[in-house]
Design a protein around this ligand. Structure first.
Ligand code: OAD
Length: 243
């Protein structure tokens, strides 16, 4: 298996699978978030125009669960430790809207699908920190307007955030690691190929293979809490094996 310390520029893409063992539901596994809700009902701009109360309720629950129940797990920690110890360039791109990577200590991170703990004002477009309930009666602190705040989340039909920077970073990386994502949602699903075209080695760390054949150069399957440290801290694995 590859040693990530042998590379110069490492890019990691994470998805809901890395937070699953922190108690946050994934989207497409059985019992996942999209099983109980239709995307058209809660995760599109039209849904918000049609029924903002329902959309707010959906994200209020997610925000409350994150704040009250979830904590980073050893996979989040292993990435933060690697970033601290690695002397090359490290970038973490996450599709997750939780803040468990930040809580674990990750620094260079792009939330391409937005953040649960932020709200955006529809009037002035400003994004502000938000850890409360959002309601249609909420008055925006920036513009003082009732109902002008929406979750700062990228919905279906909207363009993901930070795409220009992400594309530049992918063009320069020599190791690309995808963790806990089903690879079903573009543009994130195309990042592996972009990195590969740029000459990077590609690695998949996931609970199970997403298709019949992995398109990655290497893959390790298992729970993120086990395999992420195994890959990003090869020395600790050797120690365990020697005991
Ligand atoms: P998915 O729910 O599509 O996929 C989660 C992946 O994590 C699956 O491949 C699971 O096998 C894997 N998984 C589950 N438990 C795991 C564990 N303990 N350890 C390792 N892997 C595990 O979630 P995403 O790929 O993140 O977008 O979904 C991508 C986007 O689709 C989300 O960001 C969201 C959604 O619609 C928006 O809301 C814009």
């Amino acid at each position: 298996m590859l040693n990530p310390y042998d590379f110069n520029s490492v890019v990691v893409l994470t998805g809901a699978g890395i937070s699953a063992e922190s108690g946050l539901k994934t989207f497409r596994d059985s019992g996942g978030l999209w099983e109980g809700h239709s995307i058209e009902e809660v995760a599109t701009p039209n849904a918000f125009n049609r029924n903002p109360d329902l959309v707010h309720t959906f994200y209020n629950l997610r925000r409350k669960q994150l704040l009250d129940e979830a904590a980073p797990n050893t996979a989040h920690m292993a990435l933060a430790d690697f970033e601290k110890n690695f002397e090359g360039n490290f970038t973490l791109i996450t599709q997750n809207v939780d803040n468990l990577h930040e809580q674990a200590g990750s620094q260079n991170i792009f939330h391409m699908h937005g953040e649960l703990l932020k709200a955006r004002c529809l009037e002035c477009r400003q994004s502000i920190d938000w850890d409360q309930k959002l309601e249609t009666s909420t008055v925006s602190p920036c513009c003082n307007i009732k109902g002008s705040l929406r979750p700062d989340i990228v919905w279906f039909g909207e363009i993901p955030m930070h795409m220009k920077q992400i594309e530049q970073i992918l063009e320069q990386c020599d190791l690309f690691v995808s963790i806990g994502t089903s690879g079903q949602v573009y543009p994130a699903a195309g990042f592996m190929q972009m990195a590969s075209f740029a000459g990077a080695k590609t690695v998949e760390l996931n609970l199970e293979a997403c298709g019949r054949y992995s398109r990655f150069d290497h893959a390790i399957y298992g729970p993120a809490t086990k395999i992420v440290r195994q890959f990003f801290d090869p020395a600790s694995e050797e120690k365990v094996n020697q005991q």
